[in-house]
Design a protein around this ligand. Structure first.
Ligand code: PMP
Length: 321
């Protein structure tokens, strides 16, 4: 779909990707005016296909467009585009724990060199079949606390899904790998004390009284998995707090046994238990480095809804046929 100020959104069609036009002076290549989403289509046992909360992705995409001074795409157009791609690619969706990963994105496509919002945009959707995120069941991940870099300043773009956030986090992610860890976890940009989120996942803490906590919204990405977990846990009578939690407290609570589990969550892995936290100030282990029952229970609950094995009591599933 193309956008310009005279015609608005127009020309929606399925076309060869060979036609995708980019001039060297295309605005996105210089000023990173780009936003994206990530969601999955799941094959049900009866052969039908489910999308999980595409309306939530459409809404977040609109918020991202707003923050990045881009033309918002109507939510219905976003969902229709995703569904069309799913229908065309339905034979490529793996069974089992596989899925079709969908990457709707929008770029500033006007051709100029000045610094200003583009007056033209292109919206498109990439689809890619993916296997199960974990080859041998959800293995706990190790995370590296980034103390040199932050991901989101107050008033910045941390709460939206723009490419620039990820460009800024690549160095920190590389540092995590250099330290033998799987993923990076960021602290808040102001005080460098509070846990924010991983490079591409939100984070939850599980306490010995059965309650959960997760960092509050503001500078973090409002994850759709995070939101779904809060809803499922609260329905089951679990207390869930959205409150700031410091790295120092996390270390203390892990040592005293007050903290039972920690896990990361996002569309790609659904839920990943966190087994080890590493930092320049020493490492600590969570739940003996093992996957815990709360993380695994919530994971099963969510995955069963996504694949249509459990009833969809929230209106989260969109049946693509
Ligand atoms: N935080 C960041 C920085 C992410 O990139 C993602 C993945 N979209 C998430 C959190 C999790 O969001 P969601 O549950 O919507 O996939």
């Amino acid at each position: 779909v193309h956008y310009n100020q005279a015609q608005g959104w127009h020309g929606a069609k399925v076309e060869s990707r060979a036609n995708f036009p980019l001039d060297p002076a295309t605005a996105v290549l210089h000023y990173a005016q780009e936003i994206f989403e990530g969601l999955k289509a799941y094959k049900r046992d009866d052969g039908g296909i489910n999308l999980f909360r595409p309306d939530a992705n459409a809404r977040r995409f609109k918020n991202s467009a707003d923050r990045m001074a881009m033309a918002p795409i109507p939510e219905a157009v976003f969902i229709e585009a995703v569904e069309q791609v799913v229908r065309i690619d339905r034979d490529w969706i793996p069974g089992g724990e596989g899925s079709l990963y969908l990457r709707p994105f929008m770029i500033a496509s006007e051709i100029f060199l000045g610094v200003k919002p583009s007056a033209e945009y292109i919206f498109a959707v990439i689809a890619s079949p993916v296997g199960s995120y974990f080859k041998r069941g959800p293995a706990p991940v190790s995370i590296w606390v980034s103390e040199n870099y932050t991901r989101a300043a107050v008033g910045g773009t941390g709460a939206v899904k723009c490419g620039g956030n990820y460009a800024a986090s690549l160095r920190a992610q590389a540092e995590a790998i250099d330290h033998g860890c799987d993923q990076v976890v960021f602290l808040d940009a102001l005080e460098r004390r509070y846990i924010e989120e991983l490079g591409g996942m939100n984070v939850f803490f599980v306490f010995d009284d059965g309650s959960l906590s997760t960092p509050p919204l503001g500078t973090i990405l409002p994850g759709i998995t995070r939101d779904s977990i809060i809803a499922l846990a609260r329905e089951a009578g679990t207390e869930v707090r959205e409150e700031p939690y410091t790295l120092a407290q996390w270390r203390t609570d892990a040592a005293s046994g007050k903290l039972k589990e920690a896990f990361a969550c996002g569309t790609a892995a659904v839920i990943s238990p966190i087994g080890k936290v590493c930092s320049a100030h020493g490492d600590f282990v969570i739940n003996g480095g093992e996957a815990g029952p709360v993380a695994m229970g919530l994971r099963k609950q969510l995955v069963d809804i996504q694949y249509g094995r459990a009833p969809d009591t929230h209106g989260w599933i969109r049946n693509v046929g």
